[in-house]
Design a protein around this ligand. Structure first.
Ligand code: NDP
Length: 260
């Protein structure tokens, strides 16, 4: 941190990640310089696949069958239709919208929460605190794709989890600080939540001693839900630099006030 503030003639900052929360944490960040985040089509595609993979894994009970296999148990769980499963997505931005459409195509019931109301065919849109409550009350699988800002830090806490029906699962693919870790562990251990899939953590890499590693109902992946793809992102970076050099506005500008 502090490096960007030492560059007085800086005209434009292109993030090489979709999330810019780390950049904005730097108190010396030059807030007057336009900042664009990376909206990388390869990354969007990868995140869509990751969401589908985890939702299908939960919906088709594949985790439970993996547990059974370890114990050499042969037991069939009831088969549910995708239409009976409701996926609630926190954040209907570039990533949330893409995931919502893909889940709809597979027949899942999909709801999404955003700051401004979004209209996506077949997807129930919600906003505000009341909207969040309504979404949560009917959600079986909660997927977090929010940016990390002051208003979303710690959003997945005891109170939010309590609004989910018993047996729901949480999939966090955006930033670790969205989750209050102890509240999540308590809800898993108390049986209110059945499973959590976590790709991102407060401190990365996750410490070897962290309880998440060995929890029987937590899946840990090392922040790989979607990584920057040089092949698909480079043209976006080049285009933005060309736009700035020719006096046009760069694409995907971050609203510094909102933090995303
Ligand atoms: P966008 O900026 O496109 O979308 C953010 C969404 O969140 C918008 O719908 C926005 O609402 C909504 N939102 C923001 N603040 C609030 C709030 N306070 N209340 C309700 N809704 C809110 O982001 P992306 O979809 O591109 O990315 C989301 C995040 O995913 C990134 O910030 C990053 O942290 C994470 N990420 C994780 C990766 C991984 O590998 N694990 C890879 C890439 C990204 P509105 O539409 O009204 O603005």
């Amino acid at each position: 941190s502090g490096v960007l503030a030492t560059l007085p003639r800086l005209k434009f900052i292109q993030s090489l990640w979709m999330g810019v929360n780390d950049l904005l944490l730097d108190e010396t960040f030059p807030r007057h310089v336009p900042l664009s985040r990376l909206v990388d089509p390869g990354m969007v595609a990868a995140m869509g696949e990751t969401v589908l993979a985890h939702v299908l894994d939960l919906h088709r009970d594949l985790y439970r069958y993996r547990d059974q296999q370890i114990r050499r148990e042969w037991h069939k769980f009831p088969q549910r239709r995708a239409q009976e499963c409701r996926v609630g997505i926190l954040g209907l931005g570039v990533l949330g919208t893409d995931a919502a459409k893909k889940l709809r195509a597979l027949g899942f019931q999909v709801a999404g929460w955003s700051r401004r109301l979004k209209t996506i065919e077949g997807v129930d849109g919600y906003t505000g605190a009341e909207g969040l409550k309504s979404l949560l009350s009917e959600t079986n699988i909660l997927v977090c794709l929010l940016p990390l800002t002051d208003s979303t830090t710690g959003i997945i806490n005891k109170a939010l989890i309590a609004e989910l029906p018993r047996g729901a699962s949480v999939v966090n693919l955006s930033r670790g600080a969205h989750i209050v870790e102890q509240d999540l562990l308590d809800a898993l251990d108390g049986g209110h939540l059945s499973r959590a899939v976590l790709d991102v953590f407060n401190v990365e890499p996750l410490a070897p001693s962290h309880p998440f590693w060995v929890h029987p109902r937590i899946t840990v992946t090392p922040h790989v839900a979607a990584v920057t793809d040089p092949v698909t992102s480079l043209p976006k970076v080049v285009e933005n630099i060309e736009r700035v050099c020719s006096g046009r506005q760069p694409r995907d500008l971050v609203n510094i006030e909102s933090g995303y």
